[in-house]
Write a protein of this length. Structure first.
Length: 165
């Protein structure tokens, strides 16, 4: 009895994965009309497997915002350092050094915040991805083999993006 149940579950999983992969391939083929220059020359070579996508802290808007602030403070610090070098008086140099130190301290503080955020980040399922290798003529009429990675929404209803690998 257990063997029958395991067989049924395995068959169901294989069938479900196959239909999801087929749905992803269908969405990719529809999109190829908008990607290749000469659609008449398009020939599908292979599709990768359908993989799950998960959020990462490196792409999270909060983390990205913190890292942009770090870069800005570092740039301000470098800019002020250049001004300190060309300062005409010791008083100006000391005033500028205070700014340099403040910007550097802010960069360190925000870097620490970003590090804590990264450690606490919980990855979540965000959709699907699949690669596709194909050949098509480029704008000059030369046939090329290319591979693109395609991204899909969670329910696998829409293709939400792609990039050349």
């Amino acid at each position: 009895m257990k063997k029958v149940i395991y067989f049924f579950i395995a068959t169901l999983l294989i069938t479900a994965c196959g239909s999801n992969e087929h749905a992803a391939q269908k969405l990719i083929k529809l999109q190829m009309k908008n990607i290749v220059t000469d659609y008449k020359s398009y020939k599908s070579i292979s599709f990768g497997s359908l993989d799950s996508l998960f959020t990462t802290y490196q792409k999270d808007s909060t983390y990205v915002g913190l890292m942009r602030k770090v870069a800005a403070y570092q740039a301000f610090s470098a800019q002020q350092t250049q001004l300190a070098i060309s300062a005409k008086t010791l008083k100006q140099t000391k005033a500028i050094k205070k700014l340099v130190d403040a910007y550097a301290d802010s960069a360190v503080l925000i870097t620490n915040q970003a590090s804590l955020y990264a450690k606490a980040f919980k990855s979540t399922f965000s959709g699907w991805q699949m690669s596709h290798t194909f050949s098509a003529n480029n704008a000059q009429g030369s046939n090329q083999i290319m591979t693109y990675k395609f991204y899909f929404d969670k329910p696998l209803n829409n293709l939400v993006g792609w990039e050349k690998e």
